[in-house]
Design a protein around this ligand. Structure first.
Ligand code: SAM
Length: 292
């Protein structure tokens, strides 16, 4: 073929040949911009020995470029109608495995064993289905296997939340969950015209490097996640109020919580959105000490 799949001419030809109607319910917005795809692939810094996992290959625009540079590509596509199209368009790439699977239902431990991925560098690269951006992200971040990095296209508003710092409006429990486990960079913003059909929201590419100095400070992730969600439940309210709700049912909440605040030097008007990750970790530890 003269053109890569990402080329607008080839994309149009494929959509017409197969009478494809993008399924909104599956978040299908296909990239038709070789430049944007080139930037995504460059951001992933793929080495010839790397394994790449792709979520939602669609008609294969990104998949094709990944298969050109990676050692092996695994692409998980939930829409079975797309599988024969992908097989036909990507038949030249023998380092590509197409899996007709829901990404949210993958048993990662089993997958790692079957594909013998331990010790390999495994990167996730995807133009995500936006209706499940957060569940996919949290699932990948908490999977019991070792990914190296994620380069993900998502709605710009979510991208801003991932990278948000304390004191900013977008800072919240999602920022904390992500920054606890990774270094976040927003790589580029992408206009709606790069997609067909065009999404109604702006998009951005985010790179997460899965390395973090904080991860070893947490002994019980579920407990910490519950704590963080409680802290940010009512963002406009004081930390003091949110923690009173969180601890309701315990004995002597007010004096014990006061002792926690005294130990950390906090006034009652401190707000959750002012606390950075190390402060949240210290607060959680102090509460556990005081209430156990
Ligand atoms: N990668 C293609 C591109 O960039 O042109 C398509 C991206 S499109 C935004 C999202 C893709 O994810 C669609 O192909 C959709 O069918 C697929 N998808 C949606 N939900 C999924 C799920 N739970 N598991 C796997 N793939 C899913």
């Amino acid at each position: 073929e003269k053109y890569d799949i990402a080329d607008p001419i080839r994309t149009k030809a494929i959509l017409e040949r197969y009478h494809l109607q993008a399924k909104k319910s599956l978040g299908q917005n296909f990239l038709r911009s070789p430049e944007v795809i080139e930037e995504i692939v460059a951001s992933a810094e793929i080495q010839p020995t790397d394994i790449v996992l792709e979520v939602g290959p669609g008609i294969g625009a990104l998949t094709q470029q990944l298969a050109k540079v990676a050692s092996q590509v695994y692409a998980f596509e939930i829409d079975q109608n797309l599988i024969p199209i992908l097989e036909a368009n990507l038949e030249d790439y023998d380092n590509l495995t197409l899996l007709n699977q829901d990404i949210l239902k993958v048993d990662w431990r089993k997958f790692w064993q079957e594909q013998q991925l331990s010790g390999r560098t495994v990167k996730v690269v995807a133009n995500l289905p936006y209706y499940i951006t957060t569940p996919i992200l949290l699932q990948l971040l908490t999977a019991p296997v070792k990914f190296t990095s994620f380069v993900l296209m998502m709605q710009k508003e979510v991208a801003q939340r991932l990278g948000a710092q304390p004191g900013h409006r977008e800072y919240g429990s999602l920022s904390v969950a992500v920054q606890l486990r990774s270094q976040v960079e927003v790589v580029q913003t992408v206009p709606a015209q790069a997609f067909v059909p065009q999404p109604k929201v702006d998009s951005a590419v985010v790179r997460l490097r899965l390395e973090s100095p904080w991860i070893k400070e947490i002994s019980d992730f579920l407990q910490f996640q519950t704590f963080v969600q409680a802290v940010f439940r009512q963002k406009r309210k004081n930390l003091w109020n949110n923690l009173n709700v969180y601890l309701a049912g315990q004995a002597q909440v007010k004096p014990k919580l006061q002792a926690v605040f005294d130990a950390l030097g906090y006034e009652h008007n401190v707000r959750a959105e002012q606390l950075a990750l190390p402060e949240l970790i210290a607060l959680n530890q102090q509460i556990q000490t005081e209430f156990n």
